[in-house]
Design a protein around this ligand. Sequence first.
Ligand SMILES: [Zn+2]
Length: 462
Amino acid sequence: MLLIKNGTIVTSTGTFRGNVYVENGRIHSVGETPDCPGSIETVDAAGKLILPGAIDGHTHIDMPLGKIHSSDSYLTGTRAALFGGTTTIVDYANQNKGESLLKTLDDWKKRAENEAVCDYGFHMTISDPEERFLDEIPALLDAGVSSLKCFFAYRGRLMISDDTFIRLMELSRKHGFLVNLHAENGDMVEDATRRLLSEGKTGPQFHPLAHPREAEVEAVGRAVRLAEKTGGNLNLVHITCEESVKLIAEGKKRGVSLFAETCPQYLVLTDAKYEIPGFEAAKWVLSPPLRKRHDQNALWEGLYDGTLDTVGTDHCPFFFNKQKTLGKEGFDQIPNGAPGIEDRLELLYHFGVGTGKISLSQWVDLCCTAPAKRYGLFPEKGDLVPGADADIVVFNPEKQHTISAGNRHMNVDYNAFEGISVTGRVEQVFLRGTPIIRNGNCSAEPGSGNYLLRQYKPETDK
Ligand SMILES: [Zn+2]
């Protein structure tokens, strides 16, 4: 039994002073303290915020990419997640061509099960949409995968045709699941890449020119219209630019079943990073790339007015030395992605709540409650209500610190937000009632994270 008392409780619907009482790993009551018989562990949260454990719906841990893997293992990646206040991740399992979806899920579960220290589920990335694999979708839903992912980008590797996308949209309506989409026009990206390389423009500075905003805007517009026509369930991940936000807002206004995510890197950083000379800009080679200041403003407004629904990290770390350097001869060979699983809550608090761009409740909704709803984890996860899993973060809203690779726990040799000073810090984290992060230490045993059976529940969106 655990009592977290005297804090400011923050949920997606309100903020109030009170206590959280935990019994058998679940939240028993919130607000008033009940009579507590027997021994009870008490945590004094005076001056602190108490919020639900955060949910990161977009991670790529230990992800195979050609001959390498993203650099976090399920142990190091999920431990870093906990340090950052994230108690559940939904990671991407990637189908290999010619491979069964169910076998893919099995393989990825095995890779995570002895290592993960936070709770986890998987989205399934479709790279081979043969009919015999699409036939597995109902069984996949039964196995707890309530969302698939597909790509309009990465031609020859992952890119699917509109024909396949329409089919997936129709299946999503029929069976009830979410389709996550990487929305960039793969042909535009390939064309721009080839042109740049042929002109000898091989440095990481040219990566953003190979992924022009038009490629995202075209893909977003097309996807929204196809979702509208088919009645499928669409979730646009890592949205980066102003025109995309506008298209999403218009689609939502027309009643399209549509959700959208953005990421801290697009809210906090700009394409000025690509002006850093030499190879260092490779640290921010991620797709879509970082954009302009006016895009940031549009994304924050989209978060505030509900056009954008969630903030995930797209955590996909590669060592700058040894891995990013694979693209020294050509930016198209640089492994795409950046670390961030540990940084999200604090960045969103500092740059969002701290500047008045979003409210405390919106902060919790974007990082905890809305992802739980979207990804089929609500109400067990993502909220502080009786009966929910006691995944709880105690957050110090006054504590100032500077983000640096040296004080983070991700297995990577740089931090995308290096040197940024923020106010607000994750201090204690509880997973299913057990204290896991305390005094800067993580006490979780490898494999103590649970695989979560996710279930698509459109009614939670109402
Ligand atoms: Zn991603």
